[in-house]
Ligand binder design. Structure first.
Ligand SMILES: *Cc1c(COP(=O)(O)O)cnc(C)c1O
Length: 400
């Protein structure tokens, strides 16, 4: 089986999907925090990254928080979501996009995916507003760093008076019509989790153009203290502020954002060239209007190139077939060679926890289809060209 692959040896060092890429300055800013004793959720590193990120994205205010999830939670609160309120959410995404809606007692309604950018389908969103005209917030994702159809989504939100929350956790530095993702909505959320394009090891940021929202986020994320000599509380509080040590890591990373994007783009392009001739496509984007950050390179198999593959809730099986393959086979082969791929985010409407929630589609179920035929490829900045060429060969072999 898998004949010519016997000629390859497994990678000695694991080839990662996307791991942290450090540059040295991170340590200097961590050390500065230590030497000046700002070992707290206050300090120069925090102030600096709030300034730098809000300037980069071009949103007036940034609040550094403990995670992207915390930023999304604060965003849902700012949107005024209360128990029983429905919120329209991107369906094919990481659970952290939608869980914060539930923290506030809201009910996520999932909007199906379109094939042009693998993001929220504006036609399905329009239909969702017909079905639930009272909805007042939309959470939209730029999946794998590819901007969604922002013009259409923003127009629909404006038409229906809904708050637009951008989950830009994966898309820092990506642009749509020359403008940064995270700056289109009322609120933008970024993640500095360990595998994101810029990392603090953890962390996140909320971006807003509204001073009132900025003040509320700062207050809520530091236990909602009122202006009093003692701990006075009128509102529910959270411990969501970022540490000044973590902010030091982010601060050291930020100068390398464009370099990281350039390398990620090169990886995407090398896959695109290397996989030519196979019955597959790379994850698509609007080449005219958008410039992704290429956080993860993904591919999708043509329908007629799929061997039989079945997935239940927690396991997958496939039947190998000549000249055909499937994500399960490719991911298993990559793992055999010590390389890390990943299935596409399993759509939220297919998750047991959310199976009872609404799901709105105009095209059947594009999310389930992309989940079935797609996968994320090793996209680590530190992967060498030689390693990537072997990854490409491993994939090619799956189709022999
Ligand atoms: C990473 C991620 C988040 C959550 O960010 P954390 O910092 O890990 O809490 C939210 N949404 C998406 C789409 C993500 O990829």
């Amino acid at each position: 089986m898998f004949g010519s692959q016997r000629n390859f040896k497994a990678f000695e060092h694991k080839v990662w999907l996307s791991s942290p890429t450090m540059h040295g300055e991170e340590m200097e800013y961590i050390k500065k925090a230590y030497d000046t004793n700002w070992m707290s959720t206050l300090g120069e590193n925090i102030n600096e990254i709030e300034k730098q990120v809000s300037e980069k994205v071009v949103m007036k205010y940034g609040v550094a928080l403990s995670s992207g999830t915390a930023a999304l939670h604060m965003a849902v609160k700012l949107a005024g979501i209360k128990r029983g309120d429905r919120v329209f959410c991107t369906d094919m995404t990481f659970g952290a996009t939608v869980n914060p809606v539930v923290y506030e007692g809201g009910i996520p309604i999932f909007i199906d995916t379109e094939y042009d950018t693998w993001n929220m389908d504006p036609a399905a969103l329009e239909k969702a507003f017909e079905l639930y005209p009272d909805v007042k917030a939309v959470v939209v994702v730029h999946l794998y760093g590819v901007p969604c159809k922002l013009d259409e989504i923003k127009n629909i939100c404006e038409k229906h008076g809904a708050v637009l929350i951008e989950d830009a956790a994966e898309s820092l530095g990506a642009t749509y019509k020359g403008k940064q993702t995270g700056s289109f909505g009322d609120i933008g959320c970024i993640s500095f989790n360990g595998n994101k394009i810029i990392t603090g090891s953890s962390g996140g940021m909320l971006l807003t153009g509204d001073f009132g929202d900025y003040e509320k986020t700062r207050k809520w994320s530091t236990q909602s203290r009122e202006n009093a000599p003692w701990y006075q509380h009128e509102e529910l509080g959270y411990n969501y502020r970022m540490s000044n040590v973590i902010a030091g890591v982010v601060r050291g990373q930020l100068p390398y954002l464009e370099e990281h994007i350039a390398r990620k783009k090169e990886i995407y392009q090398r896959y695109k060239d290397g996989l030519k001739g196979l019955p597959v496509k790379m994850n698509p984007y609007d080449e005219k209007n958008s410039e992704p950050n290429f956080w993860l390179s993904c591919m999708i198999l043509n329908e007629d190139a799929m061997c039989r593959q079945v997935r239940d809730d927690c396991k997958a099986l496939f039947l190998p077939e000549k000249e055909k393959s499937c994500p399960t086979e490719i991911l298993e082969r990559l793992a055999d060679f010590n390389a890390e791929g990943r299935p596409i985010w399993k759509p939220m409407h297919m998750q047991p926890i959310y199976r009872g929630n609404g799901f709105v589609s105009v095209s059947g179920d594009a999310g389930a289809d992309i989940f079935d035929r797609g996968l994320c490829l090793p996209s680590d900045i530190k992967m060498t060209n030689d390693e990537q060429d072997i990854v490409i060969d491993i994939i090619r072999n799956c189709f022999e």
